[in-house]
Design a protein around this ligand. Structure first.
Ligand code: FRU
Length: 506
């Protein structure tokens, strides 16, 4: 490393070795009762945001924020898995560990692109703590890059965007190429604590120039926009829109919306290089569940826009922390714009290849107050269910998942009084409780529900809305039940698929 700012405090290879040992130690003592079968998680340790999503040299790559030495958030590394079909995954060596002075306390979130030189470039934030005037911890952050020829071993290039004014919360670069020029967005907090997104550009990926303020959050309470993402999407009529995504810190709950500690969403609008982003919608949430944060997307070679998020366990307790691991990513979702110009998110097509056995329940009516066991023990399942809402008289009707002998369970039901889909953890065995409620618009309700060992993801009416939450079952058999309360439930179709592992559990 040449300049002082890029000086190493430890050599990268030793830092990576220590991190691998940290993960291996936690993995050796891991308990798998809640370890995901078909979601990406670390072998051991804590994970948060997905990073560096890309397709490079014939493989899909997913990196993620990793603390290899404990099951809490801590000094961040980049963990790594890859796949040749987006169905079965394999573990790769940890890609980045803190080794330069500017990233002494963490290699934070960022993105990946194939460079003009054919190499894989990672852009990420170097993070360190500094003492503030009153002895408090303040962050000092800069943007850094690293490159690789094989997508697995990375050489650090050091700082590419410095932070000379020592602004707080200056992080999470997302890079893309357009019309022959490289662009980068990242989030920042102004000295008067307003959340903003900045736009930079570059000809060669090394020298970056400030272009402009792309977006300032209208709510003065929002002090930081983490993990921004910015991409074009066309609706079926060919109308092009830009989607500006961010994970807002400081937003207050508003009815059913923004119920989580921090909330991830997007605004749809228009943009031309050189211009400010022009919003055309209000802020909309990606997902109505308890645990969906820091989503990032990338463009697949076939043009699909694919998004992963972190299932963020913001509110303790986190039962899996006793088990040697904490945190998982969501399923990969394809993001599209529909005829109304609204976003839809659906599990990627590849997910159907996880099905390994199907029970078809056909169409039937569940009686007033009836409870029916559909499946008495399953740890990884996909439920496809269509409800005829106009023929249903129940006040509440739907699924109990992770239902155990002690009567603990998590509910996913249709609520006639609010006309919403509710994901309700009031009877959850362990972990945080509370409910979330997503809107839906028609008289027909189609649910696609993915149940893993400690999570549930719900897709409503072909991806109009989604809900993702942890659900931690009690020991013993995990049943799936169907229930109608104070009325009948008209099922038009119902299938349950057993799902196989993506190859990361054991
Ligand atoms: C979002 C975030 C990012 C940061 C990373 C650190 O969850 O706080 O802003 O880069 O996590 O782990």
């Amino acid at each position: 490393m040449t300049s002082d700012i890029n000086r190493e405090f430890i050599d990268h290879a030793s830092a990576l070795r220590a991190a691998e040992e940290g993960v291996a130690k936690l993995a050796a003592g891991r308990n798998d009762r809640w370890y995901p079968k078909f979601h990406i998680a670390s072998d051991g340790g804590w994970i948060n945001d997905p990073n560096g999503l890309c397709y490079y040299k014939g493989r899909w790559h997913v990196f993620y924020q990793l603390h290899p030495f404990g099951t809490q958030w801590g000094p961040m590394h980049w963990g790594h898995v890859s796949s040749d079909d987006m169905i079965t995954w394999r573990r790769e060596p940890i890609a980045l560990a803190p080794s330069l002075n500017v990233e002494r306390d963490g290699v934070f979130s960022g993105s990946a692109v194939e460079g003009d030189d054919g190499r894989l470039w990672l852009f990420y934030t170097g993070h360190r703590w500094q003492e503030g005037p009153n002895g408090e911890q303040e962050n000092l952050e800069v943007q850094c890059a690293a490159v690789s020829d094989d997508g697995v071993h990375f050489e650090k290039l050091g700082v590419i965007i410095d932070n000379p004014d020592r602004l707080f919360h200056f992080r999470d670069p997302k890079v893309w190429k357009q019309d022959g020029r490289w662009y980068m967005v990242f989030g920042m907090s102004t000295p008067d604590k307003r959340g903003q997104i900045l736009l930079y550009s570059s000809e060669n990926m090394r020298a970056w120039h400030y272009e402009r303020l792309l977006f300032r959050h209208p709510n003065p309470g929002v002090y930081m926009l983490e993990c921004p993402d910015f991409f074009p999407l066309s609706d079926p009529n060919g109308n092009l829109r830009w989607v500006l995504c961010f994970s807002a810190m400081g937003e207050h709950p508003n009815g059913f919306s923004n119920r989580n500690l921090h909330n991830a969403g997007y605004v749809i609008g228009t943009w031309e290089p050189g211009e400010r982003f022009q919003p055309q919608t209000e802020f909309r949430m990606w997902d109505w569940g308890h645990n969906y944060y820091a989503p990032q997307s990338f463009e697949a070679p076939d043009g699909r826009r694919i998004q992963y998020a972190w299932m963020s366990p913001f509110i303790p307790p986190h039962p899996m922390q006793e088990d040697g691991w904490c945190g998982q990513l969501t399923l990969p979702r394809e993001v599209t714009l529909d005829h109304y110009g609204c976003i839809r998110t659906n599990p990627v097509e590849e997910t159907t290849a996880l099905r390994c056995g199907t029970t078809d329940f056909g169409s039937f009516v569940l009686d007033v107050n009836e409870n029916r066991v559909l499946c008495d023990d399953i740890d990884a399942a996909e439920i496809e269910m269509e409800i005829d809402v106009s023929e249903t008289t129940a006040e509440r009707a739907g699924l109990k998942i992770h239902s155990t002998d002690d009567n603990a369970h998590t509910c996913v039901y249709y609520d006639d009084q609010t006309h919403r889909v509710v994901l309700d953890r009031h009877a959850a065995a362990l972990g945080n409780r509370g409910y979330r409620a997503a809107p839906f618009t028609s008289h027909h309700l189609k649910l696609q529900v993915f149940v893993d060992r400690s999570s549930v993801e719900v897709f409503i009416n072909d991806g109009e809305q989604a809900m993702s939450s942890y659900s931690t079952p009690s020991p013993g058999k995990r049943a799936i039940e169907l229930n109608a309360e104070s009325g009948t439930l008209a099922i038009q179709s119902l299938r349950i698929h057993r799902l196989r592992s993506i190859g990361l559990d054991r």
